[in-house]
Design a protein around this ligand. Structure first.
Ligand code: PMP
Length: 363
Protein backbone atom coordinates (compact mmCIF):
# COMPACT_ATOMS: atom_id res chain seq x y z
CA UNK A 1 0.00 0.00 0.00
CA UNK A 2 1.41 3.38 -0.96
CA UNK A 3 0.34 7.03 -1.16
CA UNK A 4 -2.72 7.58 -3.37
CA UNK A 5 -0.79 9.27 -6.18
CA UNK A 6 2.31 7.05 -6.05
CA UNK A 7 1.21 5.52 -9.34
CA UNK A 8 2.05 8.83 -11.02
CA UNK A 9 5.74 8.02 -10.63
CA UNK A 10 5.13 5.45 -13.38
CA UNK A 11 4.07 8.14 -15.87
CA UNK A 12 6.68 9.51 -18.28
CA UNK A 13 8.59 12.32 -16.56
CA UNK A 14 7.91 14.76 -19.41
CA UNK A 15 4.15 14.21 -19.10
CA UNK A 16 3.81 14.70 -15.35
CA UNK A 17 2.48 18.25 -15.75
CA UNK A 18 0.97 17.79 -19.23
CA UNK A 19 -2.08 20.03 -19.62
CA UNK A 20 -3.57 18.54 -22.80
CA UNK A 21 -6.09 20.28 -25.04
CA UNK A 22 -8.67 22.55 -23.41
CA UNK A 23 -11.90 21.44 -25.08
CA UNK A 24 -14.93 23.68 -25.44
CA UNK A 25 -17.01 21.24 -23.41
CA UNK A 26 -14.67 21.20 -20.42
CA UNK A 27 -15.03 24.89 -19.62
CA UNK A 28 -17.01 25.84 -16.54
CA UNK A 29 -18.72 28.70 -18.40
CA UNK A 30 -22.53 28.75 -18.50
CA UNK A 31 -24.70 30.43 -21.14
CA UNK A 32 -27.52 29.84 -23.57
CA UNK A 33 -25.82 31.09 -26.72
CA UNK A 34 -22.88 28.81 -27.46
CA UNK A 35 -20.40 30.45 -29.79
CA UNK A 36 -17.15 29.05 -28.39
CA UNK A 37 -16.49 25.96 -30.53
CA UNK A 38 -17.02 27.01 -34.15
CA UNK A 39 -19.94 24.59 -34.51
CA UNK A 40 -22.61 25.07 -37.17
CA UNK A 41 -25.52 27.38 -36.40
CA UNK A 42 -27.96 24.72 -37.73
CA UNK A 43 -28.33 20.97 -37.56
CA UNK A 44 -27.47 18.80 -40.53
CA UNK A 45 -30.66 18.03 -42.55
CA UNK A 46 -30.22 14.32 -41.80
CA UNK A 47 -30.06 15.03 -38.06
CA UNK A 48 -33.76 15.69 -37.46
CA UNK A 49 -33.45 15.95 -33.68
CA UNK A 50 -30.37 18.18 -33.83
CA UNK A 51 -28.36 15.90 -31.56
CA UNK A 52 -25.12 15.84 -33.52
CA UNK A 53 -24.52 19.56 -34.09
CA UNK A 54 -22.52 20.13 -30.93
CA UNK A 55 -19.28 18.44 -29.92
CA UNK A 56 -20.00 15.65 -27.44
CA UNK A 57 -19.11 15.47 -23.77
CA UNK A 58 -15.50 14.11 -23.78
CA UNK A 59 -16.48 11.68 -20.99
CA UNK A 60 -20.28 11.34 -21.26
CA UNK A 61 -21.30 11.76 -17.63
CA UNK A 62 -24.35 9.48 -17.45
CA UNK A 63 -22.58 6.66 -19.29
CA UNK A 64 -19.47 7.03 -17.14
CA UNK A 65 -21.56 6.80 -13.96
CA UNK A 66 -23.40 3.74 -15.28
CA UNK A 67 -20.19 1.98 -16.28
CA UNK A 68 -18.65 2.71 -12.88
CA UNK A 69 -21.71 1.21 -11.20
CA UNK A 70 -21.55 -1.84 -13.47
CA UNK A 71 -17.86 -2.49 -12.85
CA UNK A 72 -17.90 -1.60 -9.14
CA UNK A 73 -15.60 1.44 -9.06
CA UNK A 74 -15.83 5.21 -8.55
CA UNK A 75 -16.44 7.41 -11.60
CA UNK A 76 -13.06 9.11 -11.09
CA UNK A 77 -11.44 5.70 -11.46
CA UNK A 78 -12.92 5.13 -14.91
CA UNK A 79 -11.93 6.47 -18.33
CA UNK A 80 -14.12 5.75 -21.34
CA UNK A 81 -12.16 5.09 -24.51
CA UNK A 82 -12.83 4.19 -28.15
CA UNK A 83 -12.83 0.53 -27.26
CA UNK A 84 -10.33 -0.86 -24.81
CA UNK A 85 -7.92 -0.66 -27.75
CA UNK A 86 -7.63 3.08 -27.20
CA UNK A 87 -6.92 2.63 -23.50
CA UNK A 88 -4.09 0.19 -24.28
CA UNK A 89 -2.58 2.74 -26.66
CA UNK A 90 -2.93 5.58 -24.15
CA UNK A 91 -1.28 3.56 -21.39
CA UNK A 92 1.71 2.68 -23.53
CA UNK A 93 2.14 6.24 -24.77
CA UNK A 94 1.82 7.84 -21.35
CA UNK A 95 3.94 5.40 -19.37
CA UNK A 96 6.70 4.22 -21.70
CA UNK A 97 9.64 6.41 -22.50
CA UNK A 98 10.46 5.38 -26.12
CA UNK A 99 13.49 3.11 -26.35
CA UNK A 100 13.64 2.61 -22.59
CA UNK A 101 10.54 1.44 -20.71
CA UNK A 102 9.40 -2.03 -21.70
CA UNK A 103 5.98 -3.62 -22.19
CA UNK A 104 5.56 -7.22 -21.03
CA UNK A 105 3.15 -9.56 -22.81
CA UNK A 106 2.34 -13.27 -22.48
CA UNK A 107 2.05 -14.75 -26.00
CA UNK A 108 0.06 -16.22 -27.58
CA UNK A 109 -2.13 -13.26 -26.65
CA UNK A 110 -4.22 -10.41 -28.03
CA UNK A 111 -1.99 -8.53 -30.46
CA UNK A 112 -2.67 -4.88 -29.65
CA UNK A 113 -0.34 -4.72 -26.66
CA UNK A 114 2.64 -5.52 -28.89
CA UNK A 115 1.39 -3.28 -31.71
CA UNK A 116 1.16 -0.29 -29.35
CA UNK A 117 4.57 -1.09 -27.86
CA UNK A 118 6.14 -1.13 -31.31
CA UNK A 119 4.48 2.15 -32.26
CA UNK A 120 5.96 3.72 -29.13
CA UNK A 121 9.35 2.07 -29.71
CA UNK A 122 8.98 0.48 -26.28
CA UNK A 123 11.01 -2.72 -25.86
CA UNK A 124 8.77 -5.80 -25.85
CA UNK A 125 9.28 -8.50 -23.23
CA UNK A 126 7.61 -11.80 -24.07
CA UNK A 127 6.86 -14.41 -21.42
CA UNK A 128 5.16 -17.30 -23.27
CA UNK A 129 2.16 -18.98 -21.69
CA UNK A 130 3.22 -22.19 -19.94
CA UNK A 131 1.97 -25.34 -21.60
CA UNK A 132 0.46 -27.32 -18.73
CA UNK A 133 -0.85 -29.95 -21.13
CA UNK A 134 -4.53 -29.41 -20.61
CA UNK A 135 -4.22 -25.60 -20.49
CA UNK A 136 -1.98 -22.71 -21.51
CA UNK A 137 -1.45 -20.64 -18.35
CA UNK A 138 0.37 -17.42 -17.52
CA UNK A 139 3.75 -18.21 -15.93
CA UNK A 140 3.56 -15.80 -13.02
CA UNK A 141 7.08 -16.46 -11.65
CA UNK A 142 8.55 -15.82 -15.10
CA UNK A 143 6.40 -12.70 -15.54
CA UNK A 144 7.76 -11.23 -12.31
CA UNK A 145 11.39 -12.18 -12.99
CA UNK A 146 11.31 -10.91 -16.58
CA UNK A 147 9.55 -7.67 -15.66
CA UNK A 148 12.14 -6.94 -12.95
CA UNK A 149 15.12 -7.84 -15.13
CA UNK A 150 13.83 -6.07 -18.25
CA UNK A 151 12.65 -2.70 -16.89
CA UNK A 152 8.97 -3.33 -17.63
CA UNK A 153 6.76 -0.30 -17.11
CA UNK A 154 3.59 -2.07 -18.20
CA UNK A 155 2.60 -5.70 -17.71
CA UNK A 156 -0.45 -6.87 -19.65
CA UNK A 157 -2.22 -9.88 -18.13
CA UNK A 158 -5.11 -11.05 -20.28
CA UNK A 159 -7.71 -12.79 -18.13
CA UNK A 160 -9.58 -14.63 -19.57
CA UNK A 161 -6.79 -14.92 -22.07
CA UNK A 162 -7.46 -14.47 -25.77
CA UNK A 163 -6.99 -16.92 -27.47
CA UNK A 164 -5.89 -19.46 -24.83
CA UNK A 165 -9.09 -19.23 -22.74
CA UNK A 166 -7.35 -19.54 -19.37
CA UNK A 167 -7.85 -17.04 -16.53
CA UNK A 168 -5.56 -15.78 -13.78
CA UNK A 169 -6.74 -16.03 -10.18
CA UNK A 170 -6.58 -12.77 -8.21
CA UNK A 171 -3.92 -14.06 -5.81
CA UNK A 172 -1.57 -14.36 -8.78
CA UNK A 173 -2.36 -10.82 -9.97
CA UNK A 174 -1.64 -9.64 -6.42
CA UNK A 175 1.72 -11.39 -6.48
CA UNK A 176 2.70 -9.53 -9.65
CA UNK A 177 1.39 -6.20 -8.31
CA UNK A 178 3.29 -6.61 -5.05
CA UNK A 179 6.54 -7.57 -6.75
CA UNK A 180 6.31 -4.64 -9.20
CA UNK A 181 5.07 -1.97 -6.78
CA UNK A 182 6.59 1.39 -7.76
CA UNK A 183 8.07 -0.12 -10.92
CA UNK A 184 5.27 -1.19 -13.26
CA UNK A 185 1.54 -0.94 -13.81
CA UNK A 186 -0.15 -4.34 -13.99
CA UNK A 187 -3.02 -4.13 -16.48
CA UNK A 188 -5.58 -6.92 -16.27
CA UNK A 189 -7.46 -7.09 -19.56
CA UNK A 190 -10.92 -8.43 -18.70
CA UNK A 191 -12.50 -8.05 -22.15
CA UNK A 192 -14.18 -11.45 -21.64
CA UNK A 193 -14.83 -11.26 -17.89
CA UNK A 194 -18.61 -11.65 -18.26
CA UNK A 195 -18.09 -15.21 -19.52
CA UNK A 196 -15.67 -16.16 -16.74
CA UNK A 197 -16.12 -17.80 -13.37
CA UNK A 198 -13.62 -15.56 -11.59
CA UNK A 199 -14.16 -12.24 -9.76
CA UNK A 200 -12.90 -9.03 -11.40
CA UNK A 201 -9.52 -7.56 -10.50
CA UNK A 202 -11.34 -4.24 -9.90
CA UNK A 203 -11.58 -5.33 -6.26
CA UNK A 204 -7.77 -5.08 -6.02
CA UNK A 205 -7.68 -1.37 -6.83
CA UNK A 206 -8.35 -0.32 -3.26
CA UNK A 207 -5.17 -2.07 -2.15
CA UNK A 208 -2.83 -1.77 -5.16
CA UNK A 209 -2.40 1.54 -6.92
CA UNK A 210 -0.34 -0.19 -9.63
CA UNK A 211 -3.24 -2.35 -10.84
CA UNK A 212 -5.49 -1.27 -13.70
CA UNK A 213 -8.36 -3.12 -15.36
CA UNK A 214 -9.68 -3.02 -18.92
CA UNK A 215 -13.33 -3.75 -19.69
CA UNK A 216 -15.35 -3.43 -22.89
CA UNK A 217 -18.90 -3.35 -24.19
CA UNK A 218 -17.72 -5.05 -27.42
CA UNK A 219 -18.18 -8.67 -26.33
CA UNK A 220 -20.93 -9.77 -23.92
CA UNK A 221 -22.78 -6.45 -24.29
CA UNK A 222 -22.93 -6.83 -28.08
CA UNK A 223 -21.89 -3.24 -28.82
CA UNK A 224 -18.62 -3.72 -30.73
CA UNK A 225 -19.49 -1.03 -33.29
CA UNK A 226 -20.17 1.58 -30.59
CA UNK A 227 -16.47 1.34 -29.56
CA UNK A 228 -16.92 1.80 -25.83
CA UNK A 229 -14.14 0.47 -23.60
CA UNK A 230 -13.23 1.34 -20.03
CA UNK A 231 -9.98 1.68 -18.21
CA UNK A 232 -10.29 1.46 -14.43
CA UNK A 233 -7.30 2.75 -12.46
CA UNK A 234 -6.17 5.22 -9.80
CA UNK A 235 -7.98 8.58 -10.24
CA UNK A 236 -4.74 10.55 -10.74
CA UNK A 237 -3.72 8.26 -13.60
CA UNK A 238 -7.20 8.43 -15.15
CA UNK A 239 -7.08 12.24 -15.05
CA UNK A 240 -3.66 12.30 -16.72
CA UNK A 241 -4.72 9.85 -19.45
CA UNK A 242 -7.81 11.95 -20.13
CA UNK A 243 -5.48 14.86 -20.86
CA UNK A 244 -3.52 12.65 -23.30
CA UNK A 245 -6.67 11.48 -25.09
CA UNK A 246 -8.23 13.09 -28.18
CA UNK A 247 -10.47 16.10 -27.35
CA UNK A 248 -13.86 14.43 -28.04
CA UNK A 249 -13.15 10.71 -28.24
CA UNK A 250 -16.65 9.32 -27.67
CA UNK A 251 -19.19 10.05 -30.45
CA UNK A 252 -22.51 11.22 -28.95
CA UNK A 253 -24.69 8.60 -30.73
CA UNK A 254 -22.38 5.83 -29.48
CA UNK A 255 -22.65 7.06 -25.90
CA UNK A 256 -26.45 7.18 -26.16
CA UNK A 257 -26.63 3.68 -27.60
CA UNK A 258 -24.30 2.34 -24.92
CA UNK A 259 -26.30 3.92 -22.10
CA UNK A 260 -29.52 2.46 -23.48
CA UNK A 261 -27.79 -0.91 -23.83
CA UNK A 262 -27.00 -0.86 -20.10
CA UNK A 263 -30.54 -0.30 -18.85
CA UNK A 264 -31.62 -2.72 -16.11
CA UNK A 265 -33.76 -4.78 -18.46
CA UNK A 266 -31.04 -4.93 -21.13
CA UNK A 267 -28.49 -6.01 -18.55
CA UNK A 268 -30.82 -8.84 -17.56
CA UNK A 269 -31.11 -9.94 -21.17
CA UNK A 270 -27.34 -9.72 -21.59
CA UNK A 271 -26.83 -11.90 -18.51
CA UNK A 272 -29.20 -14.56 -19.85
CA UNK A 273 -27.42 -14.50 -23.23
CA UNK A 274 -24.06 -14.94 -21.50
CA UNK A 275 -25.51 -18.05 -19.83
CA UNK A 276 -26.62 -19.36 -23.23
CA UNK A 277 -23.14 -18.81 -24.66
CA UNK A 278 -21.61 -20.65 -21.70
CA UNK A 279 -23.97 -23.57 -22.27
CA UNK A 280 -23.12 -23.60 -25.97
CA UNK A 281 -19.42 -23.37 -25.10
CA UNK A 282 -19.72 -26.57 -23.07
CA UNK A 283 -21.70 -28.33 -25.77
CA UNK A 284 -19.30 -27.35 -28.55
CA UNK A 285 -16.28 -28.24 -26.44
CA UNK A 286 -17.61 -31.76 -25.80
CA UNK A 287 -18.70 -32.31 -29.38
CA UNK A 288 -15.36 -31.14 -30.79
CA UNK A 289 -13.31 -33.13 -28.30
CA UNK A 290 -14.58 -36.47 -29.63
CA UNK A 291 -13.79 -35.71 -33.29
CA UNK A 292 -10.81 -37.80 -34.42
CA UNK A 293 -9.10 -34.86 -36.16
CA UNK A 294 -9.25 -32.76 -33.00
CA UNK A 295 -6.08 -33.06 -30.94
CA UNK A 296 -7.17 -30.81 -28.06
CA UNK A 297 -9.91 -28.39 -27.09
CA UNK A 298 -8.70 -26.07 -24.35
CA UNK A 299 -11.13 -25.22 -21.56
CA UNK A 300 -12.22 -21.62 -22.01
CA UNK A 301 -13.52 -18.86 -19.77
CA UNK A 302 -14.24 -16.67 -22.82
CA UNK A 303 -16.76 -16.83 -25.68
CA UNK A 304 -14.39 -18.81 -27.87
CA UNK A 305 -12.58 -22.13 -27.97
CA UNK A 306 -8.95 -22.70 -28.91
CA UNK A 307 -8.77 -26.00 -30.79
CA UNK A 308 -5.74 -27.98 -31.95
CA UNK A 309 -6.23 -30.13 -35.06
CA UNK A 310 -4.14 -32.89 -36.61
CA UNK A 311 -4.41 -30.81 -39.80
CA UNK A 312 -5.52 -27.27 -39.03
CA UNK A 313 -5.33 -26.18 -42.67
CA UNK A 314 -7.78 -28.91 -43.70
CA UNK A 315 -10.14 -28.01 -40.88
CA UNK A 316 -9.94 -24.32 -41.74
CA UNK A 317 -10.63 -25.04 -45.42
CA UNK A 318 -13.55 -27.37 -44.63
CA UNK A 319 -15.14 -24.74 -42.40
CA UNK A 320 -14.59 -22.02 -45.00
CA UNK A 321 -16.06 -24.20 -47.76
CA UNK A 322 -19.17 -24.44 -45.58
CA UNK A 323 -19.21 -20.66 -45.20
CA UNK A 324 -17.89 -20.66 -41.63
CA UNK A 325 -15.05 -18.21 -40.98
CA UNK A 326 -12.92 -18.90 -37.90
CA UNK A 327 -9.66 -17.39 -36.66
CA UNK A 328 -6.52 -19.04 -37.97
CA UNK A 329 -4.02 -18.97 -35.08
CA UNK A 330 -1.23 -20.85 -36.80
CA UNK A 331 1.12 -17.87 -37.02
CA UNK A 332 1.01 -17.41 -33.23
CA UNK A 333 3.75 -18.90 -31.07
CA UNK A 334 2.90 -22.41 -29.77
CA UNK A 335 -0.24 -22.54 -31.95
CA UNK A 336 1.01 -23.88 -35.30
CA UNK A 337 -1.95 -26.32 -35.42
CA UNK A 338 -4.72 -24.27 -33.81
CA UNK A 339 -7.88 -22.42 -34.75
CA UNK A 340 -9.95 -20.15 -32.51
CA UNK A 341 -13.68 -20.58 -32.87
CA UNK A 342 -16.05 -17.96 -31.45
CA UNK A 343 -19.12 -19.42 -29.75
CA UNK A 344 -22.07 -18.43 -31.91
CA UNK A 345 -25.77 -19.17 -31.76
CA UNK A 346 -26.86 -22.82 -31.52
CA UNK A 347 -27.46 -22.89 -35.28
CA UNK A 348 -24.06 -21.38 -36.02
CA UNK A 349 -22.30 -23.84 -33.74
CA UNK A 350 -24.13 -26.69 -35.45
CA UNK A 351 -22.76 -25.40 -38.74
CA UNK A 352 -19.24 -25.76 -37.33
CA UNK A 353 -19.88 -29.33 -36.24
CA UNK A 354 -21.57 -30.39 -39.46
CA UNK A 355 -18.82 -28.82 -41.61
CA UNK A 356 -16.19 -30.84 -39.75
CA UNK A 357 -18.31 -34.01 -39.86
CA UNK A 358 -18.96 -33.61 -43.60
CA UNK A 359 -15.23 -33.37 -44.18
CA UNK A 360 -14.79 -36.78 -42.57
CA UNK A 361 -17.46 -38.39 -44.74
CA UNK A 362 -15.83 -36.87 -47.84
CA UNK A 363 -12.32 -37.95 -46.85
N1 PMP B 1 -8.72 -7.07 -25.22
C1 PMP B 1 -8.88 -8.30 -25.71
C2 PMP B 1 -8.34 -9.45 -24.94
C3 PMP B 1 -9.56 -8.50 -26.92
O1 PMP B 1 -9.70 -9.74 -27.38
C4 PMP B 1 -10.06 -7.38 -27.61
C5 PMP B 1 -10.79 -7.49 -28.93
N2 PMP B 1 -10.63 -8.60 -29.65
C6 PMP B 1 -9.85 -6.12 -27.06
C7 PMP B 1 -9.20 -5.99 -25.86
C8 PMP B 1 -10.31 -4.86 -27.74
O2 PMP B 1 -11.65 -4.68 -27.59
P1 PMP B 1 -12.38 -3.30 -27.87
O3 PMP B 1 -11.35 -2.33 -28.41
O4 PMP B 1 -13.42 -3.60 -28.87
O5 PMP B 1 -12.92 -2.86 -26.56
Amino acid sequence: MSAPDAVMSLVRADLQAFAGYASARSSALVGDVWLNANESAWANPADSEGRARRYPDPQPAALRARLAELYGCATEQLLIGRGSDEAIDLLVRALCEPGRDAVLVTPPVFGMYAVCARLQNAPLLEVPLRDDGDALNADIDAVIATALAGNAKLVFLCSPSNPAGSAIVLEQVERVATALQGRALVVVDEAYAEYAALPSAVTLLSRYDNVAVLRTLSKAHALAAARIGSLIAAPALIALLRRCQAPYPIPGPCAELALAGLSDSNLQLTASRVERIKTERGRLQQALAVLPEVVRVYPSQGNYLLVRFSDAQQAFDALLAAGVVVRDQRAAPQLHDALRITIGSTLENDRVLSALAARRVAA
